[in-house]
Ligand binder design. Structure first.
Ligand code: SF4
Ligand code: SF4
Length: 103
């Protein structure tokens, strides 16, 4: 969970993040680029870096949003300028680099 710690250390966050207000639509970069080392429903071992979460829908939105089964990693991960960048490509790149240097 080193990557998570690095991302979360960058800004103050609360657990009541509302994706529609703060998150770029149809991005989904943080549901693909980072590894997740805790269970995800249907992915009991979490997921490797670069693998699309099975709960990311066709619009790159989380189909588990607002549900109790959504992993805590995802609840805690908040949008921030450094991670999200100006577009999805930047976010994917930033997260991939961060994943690599925190492996
Ligand atoms: S990288 Fe940022 S904008 Fe993209 S899905 Fe994650 S929180 Fe939203
Ligand atoms: S559970 Fe939802 S927020 Fe978490 S990685 Fe999967 S699609 Fe993204």
């Amino acid at each position: 969970m080193v990557l998570r710690q690095v991302i979360l250390s960058g800004s103050g966050r609360s657990s009541d993040w509302c994706r529609p207000v703060n998150c770029r639509e149809k991005c989904g970069a943080c549901c693909i680029a980072p590894s997740i080392n805790t269970p995800i429903p249907g992915m009991p071992d979490g997921k490797p870096a670069g693998v699309r979460c099975i709960h990311l829908d066709a619009n790159n939105a989380c189909e588990l949003f607002g549900q109790a089964v959504r992993p805590q990693f995802c609840v805690d991960l908040m949008p921030e300028p450094a991670m999200c960048g100006d577009d999805r490509t930047q976010a994917l790149h930033y997260l991939a680099v961060l994943e690599e240097i925190t492996r």
